[in-house]
Ligand binder design. Structure first.
Ligand SMILES: [Mg+2]
Length: 186
């Protein structure tokens, strides 16, 4: 949460370049709802489910829909016991699968998917049984994916109207999702 909060202005400024400049506020609000819900102390299948619904009920907009879908997909993918390396991979794969139901955006479209998809794929491809290593592998891939959006032309959302002018800076959603993966690794 801290890692997201401290970069709120940066995410909004990136969003303002081709959008309405609300991404920092939106992601902080969505995360605050999730974190507040996660403090109820339930086991993590229920916790992730509650987090997903809290995000969707308490905040609105695409940021909230996608983050909420991510947590709900994670919850669906787990039995709630034995969170080993395979279980962590299943969590994140389930999260991504559910986000894919909400957006057709793929790698190369200059959206948060440019951080999320490579992160989950890198995790799936990682043979380590060490959860810390899985999470740091995912964080590195998310960061690399977010950096790659700098040279992309936006194909989704309001930003797509900017065409070539959407080049030259990172997508705000890819930036915030890579910050989230960095936080998971930490
Ligand atoms: Mg916006």
């Amino acid at each position: 949460m801290e890692c997201i909060k401290e970069r709120e202005d940066e995410f909004s400024k990136l969003d303002a370049l081709t959008g309405d400049g609300d991404h920092g506020t939106a992601i902080v609000a969505a995360f605050s709802a999730a974190v507040k819900s996660s403090e109820k102390g339930t086991e993590y299948k229920t916790m992730l489910n509650d987090m997903g619904f809290a995000v969707m009920m308490e905040t609105s907009g695409s940021t909230s829909t996608l983050l909420g879908a991510f947590f709900l997909g994670m919850s669906d993918a787990t039995s709630g016991v034995n969170l080993d390396a395979a279980g962590v991979k299943a969590l994140f794969s389930g999260g991504l699968a559910n986000v894919r139901k909400q957006t057709k955006a793929d790698v190369g479209d200059k959206t948060m998917m440019d951080a999320l998809i490579p992160a989950v794929q890198a995790m799936e491809a990682c043979s380590s049984d060490d959860i810390d290593e899985l999470l740091s592998t995912a964080a590195a891939a998310a960061q690399k994916g977010a950096e790659a959006t700098v040279d992309m032309v936006a194909k989704f959302g309001r930003a797509r109207n900017y065409g070539e002018r959407s080049k030259g800076f990172m997508d705000s959603g890819a930036a915030s999702w890579s910050a989230m993966f960095a936080a998971f690794a930490e």
